[in-house]
Design a protein around this ligand. Structure first.
Ligand code: NAP
Ligand code: MG
Length: 484
């Protein structure tokens, strides 16, 4: 049994402040990947539901929500943040059951959701235009304005964090949102929408339509009245979204995957690095866009890093999400099959170490043992392709130039880190690494909501998180007045 805020049924869409059944009358089963059972049914939203959601967002912009001042929007977001904090345990339990994420990690996501809303609540009235010195007789200023209706297409791996960073920033700037969560994990999106509604978010400012990507997602990304699309997910679907945005000439933010490296030089503080080397690969069972799936190690330290990571892997346990061990199941049997195919591709490689799948993990769950491959060539598929599972490869390098060439030698460019005690080298590396975020002697920096995030290359474009997102979720109008 699942518990939703205010006892709402999870098989409905939120449109114009009302929970409604899907117009097509069809439903999808939601899997609990820890044991393979069905958690509940969700609505299979149709293009008619998306159309109604976009219509209600437009109505909100022309109504109460559109008339809300920046300071009022900030207060509403702050209040929603406080309500989210009251529901942290409920949200964490939902996410753990739905995504298969260990409970502590799910709880951190719920707290991060509240923190995004706190941050964007505080920032809403601090984004402003400029006055521009211009020709004699003119006064010129700029206005920061919302795009209008924003579409948010969210994946299953971090629903709460991704909703916080994209919907939070979009609402702060006065947009009205239509959210399409992933069919594989959408309970916290629905729960959050109810918490926000209950906290006083005006009707229509946030609408949620669950359903299939190819149906509800495609309807949202191609809708003529959507003025900005924020997409987080795979490269393949990202291309479809960008094409749809091109057809309607609307801006799009794409947060796609990664193959993010940690570069460990011989002079690194290995005691400090070790927990980051491993955790960054296995957090959320490796189903993290910014997972560190490649560990680049300078030759002279290779044996020691391999030995110590092998020891750390020996202690890793994969178990049902509510048991709250290091790793849960993958989100689905489909994702497990994808990861297993990658492991088969690694048959020519040396497995340095594997974690264990707990005896308590049912065979019907979607478990994969965390796996570490040693001494992998940089052009091997496992060192090039995003796996999205608890799998890491160790790649040796000789010197700084080779480290840069390998680190930058994939299609992706999301995040990267570098470990060394040589300050000048660290500064050179930070400049040369192709990534939207570079971490120096750490990895992830605690995931701070303040820190702009996004990629280059196949990792996507545009920036979310931090103040930067507020510029992405708004546009500039220049007002030039001639007064003589
Ligand atoms: P996905 O298949 O691309 O799905 C992402 C979202 O797009 C889901 O809501 C999905 O709906 C929807 N969708 C699917 N087909 C669509 C279509 N034709 N039109 C519009 N929307 C569509 O990705 P995923 O399997 O959920 O997530 C894994 C991938 O996402 C990985 O490659 C990962 O790296 C990437 N990712 C990146 C980030 C980042 O911040 N850079 C974060 C998380 C994930 P359904 O699921 O309902 O089909
Ligand atoms: Mg699920």
């Amino acid at each position: 049994m699942i518990e939703m805020p205010n006892g709402i049924a999870p098989d409905q869409c939120l449109i114009g402040g009302q929970w409604r059944p899907p117009t097509g009358g069809e439903y999808l089963d939601l899997l609990n990947p820890s044991d393979g059972s069905t958690l509940c049914a969700i609505a299979r939203g149709t293009s008619a539901d998306v159309d109604a959601a976009v219509g209600s967002a437009k109505a909100a912009l022309n109504g109460d929500w559109g008339a809300t001042t920046a300071v009022e929007r900030g207060r509403i977001l702050t209040k929603i943040s406080q309500h989210v904090l009251k529901h942290v345990d409920l949200l964490a339990t939902l996410e753990a059951q739905d995504v298969g994420k260990p409970l502590t990690q799910a709880r951190n996501d719920a707290i991060a959701l509240a923190r995004y809303l706190e941050f964007y609540g505080g920032a809403a009235d601090k984004v402003h235009g400029q006055t521009i010195p211009y020709m004699e007789g003119y006064t010129v200023y700029t206005l920061r304005e919302p795009h209008g209706v924003t579409g948010h297409i969210v994946p299953w791996n971090y629903p709460m964090q991704i909703i916080g960073r994209s919907v939070g920033a979009a609402l702060a700037m006065g947009n009205a949102c239509v959210l399409k969560p992933a069919e594989e994990a959408c309970l916290t999106a629905l729960a959050f929408a109810e918490i926000a509604r209950d906290a006083g978010l005006p009707d229509g400012a946030l609408n949620v339509v669950s359903g299939l990507g190819a149906e509800a997602g495609a309807a949202l990304s191609t809708h003529k009245d959507v003025h900005h699309i924020s997409f987080t997910g795979s490269v393949g679907v990202g291309k479809l979204i960008q094409k749809a945005a091109a057809e309607n000439i609307v801006p799009v933010t794409l947060e796609l995957g990664g193959k993010s490296p940690q570069v460990v030089f011989a002079d690194a503080d290995l005691d400090a690095a070790l927990p980051f080397l491993v955790n960054a690969g296995i957090q959320n069972a490796g189903q993290t866009c910014s997972a560190s799936s490649r560990i680049l190690v300078q030759d002279s330290l290779l044996d020691e890093v391999t030995t110590r990571m092998t020891e750390a892997y020996g202690a890793l346990i994969a178990a049902p999400a509510l048991e709250d061990k290091h790793v849960g199941p993958l989100v689905s049997h489909r994702q497990k099959a994808i990861v297993n195919r990658f492991l088969e591709r690694g048959a020519d490689l040396t497995i340095a170490a594997q974690g264990v799948i707990s005896d308590s993990a049912p065979d019907t769950g979607a478990y994969v043992a965390p796996t570490l491959f040693a001494d992998v060539a940089p052009d091997h598929s496992l060192a090039q392709d995003e796996i999205f599972g608890p799998v890491q490869v160790i790649i040796p390098f000789k010197d700084e130039n080779e480290a840069i060439a390998i680190a930058n030698g994939t299609d992706y460019g999301l995040v990267a880190s570098c470990w060394s005690r040589d300050g000048a080298r660290l500064m050179r590396m930070a400049k040369k690494l192709r990534a939207g975020q570079v971490f120096v002697n750490n990895y992830g920096a605690g995931g701070g909501v303040e820190l702009p995030f996004g990629g280059s290359g196949h990792s996507g474009h545009g920036r979310e998180k931090g103040f930067e997102a507020l510029f992405g979720f708004s546009t500039v109008k220049t007002v030039a007045t001639y007064h003589g």
